[in-house]
Each structure stands twice: as C-alpha cells, then as structure tokens.
Ligand binder design. Sequence first.
Ligand code: THU
Length: 132
Amino acid sequence: MDEALFPLAKAAMAQAYAPYSKFHVGAAIRTRSGKYFSGCNVENAAYPEGCCAEASAISAMIHAGERRIAEIAVVGKGEPLVTPCGGCRQKIREFADAKTLVHVCGPEGLRQTFTLAELLPQAFGPNNLSEE
Ligand code: THU
C-alpha cells in the first residue's frame, strides 16, 4: 500500500459525521496521476441520505478533475473487516478497473488487500455502455 494512504484515511475517519451509527469511517484514494483525496462518512437524520467515506473521497477526486483510481484505502474500527459496502464497490468500479487494489484497514493499519474484482466479480461498468 502506498505509504500516504493509511494516514490520510485515518485522518479522514477522525472527521466523520456519524451521530446515528457512531461508526466512523475514512477513505483515501491515490489517483493514477499521483494525487490524493480522502473523505469520511456523513450521516443524515433521514438515514438513507447518508454518504459513505468512499463516496465522499470519490466526490473530492471528481471535483478536482481526476478520473482514475490507482488504489484506495478504507479504515474503520472493530474486529470485522470494514470492506466497502456493495454500493461503494460499484462507485469505485466507475473509476477503477478489476485489478485496482482496495486496502482494508483498522485503526492500527493495513489488515487485508483485495482487488476490486475480488470484491465485485463480473462487474457491470462503463464498458457495458460503450459503443465498442
Ligand atoms: N460506511 C462507510 O462509510 N463505508 C463503508 O465501507 C461501510 C459503511 C458507513 C456508512 C454509515 O455511515 C456507517 O458506516 C454505518 O454503516
């Protein structure tokens, strides 16, 4: 894992707005062009309107004009692995490919690395909608 990713994701986790679940999550992206973006989960009193950390990091990346994720780290607490939720796997797929590494971390550091294909096999993606 790129050495800057975990500290960025952990710092983002500290900024989480999660008054309902109390489950703080941070995510950090390194783009193919070598830029970094991070985000935290942002919950809402209307529960389904909350936003995951990965989605926040992707929004920051898009706002900066970047489009390709080289690798992404997610950090959350607790014993079970905090792997990206199903919706976030699909959101990552939009800007990454099957071999993109997804690093799942706890507060202490890296726990396990997956490829996106492991987390989202046989994915539907932008290629399904291209003319070629
Ligand atoms: N959450 C994330 O931000 N990312 C994940 O990968 C898993 C879950 C958030 C959503 C919600 O705010 C809280 O964690 C509990 O589900």
